[in-house]
Design a protein around this ligand. Sequence first.
Ligand code: SF4
Ligand code: SF4
Length: 300
Amino acid sequence: MVGIKEGLVFNIQRYSIHDGPGIRTVVFLKGCPLRCVWCSNPESQNLFREKRFIEKRCINCKKCISICPVNAMNQQRVINLDKCLDCGACIDTCYSEALQYVGNILSDEEILEEVKKDLVFYKDKGGITLSGGEPLLQNEFVSSLLRLCKKSSINTVVETSGFVKWDTLNELAELIDLFYYDIKHINSKIHNELTGKPNELIVENLEKLLDKKRNNVIVRIPLIKGMNCDFENISGIGVFLKKINYHNEVHLLPYHRFGTGKYKQLDREYLAQSAEIPTENDIRNYSSILEQYHLTTKVY
Ligand code: SF4
Ligand code: SF4
């Protein structure tokens, strides 16, 4: 379904100032190999188009229920996926757009056209940022899109979990001006518990990527108190970054709960109920731990 020239995109956000240098257009690609329990973009995870129900928009006309040819939708607008034919009739009939698809197939040219609308804002710094999900999961599409961007002299940033084949990272690196590279937990067993995957590939890839593009990689640490903010993890990341001669800033991304409502829209359970938002004092402490390894931090 998803070809080289086409990708599955779930959002395009314009005028972002937090996803790379200058003003950026952020293209969110669907699909992720990880399942971080705190994920604020659960709609990004599956590499297929999904349906969501936004209850506050619903006017309770029940047309969606009556139009369904196979009675796949119950009174709460939950769809039985075993029955659903994915005909789209319920979404087409929903006047208030309470029922929606998440994910559109767009071509590289269509995205470039969108991105070019913002050229005037980029000046000498801004550009396109690919986010997700894990954008490099759609590596052939990313390659095609970034080649077009480079032809138009558009600056390129990619936000990655690093959980991709080294060959993929290696091949795409020449097209990417800056990587934002997440380290979530330094202990592979705990990493597996929190994200569904071990971390060996991620840390190995980071080391190789630094050998290739040392000045073009920014490490980011999501801070989820109660999950990955203990001294052992923060200092363990510091030890690791020192060992691989990482000298750039470390970006700290404090946990927030903005994404929790999206789980209900997708009829999924939010598994990070015990996660806490770190206080300003907590964040100062995490920064000072990393400073002991001569790392400077910036909080987002
Ligand atoms: S068609 Fe839309 S507005 Fe009407 S009941 Fe269904 S979800 Fe609600
Ligand atoms: S997509 Fe079609 S089959 Fe599936 S719930 Fe909607 S109307 Fe029913």
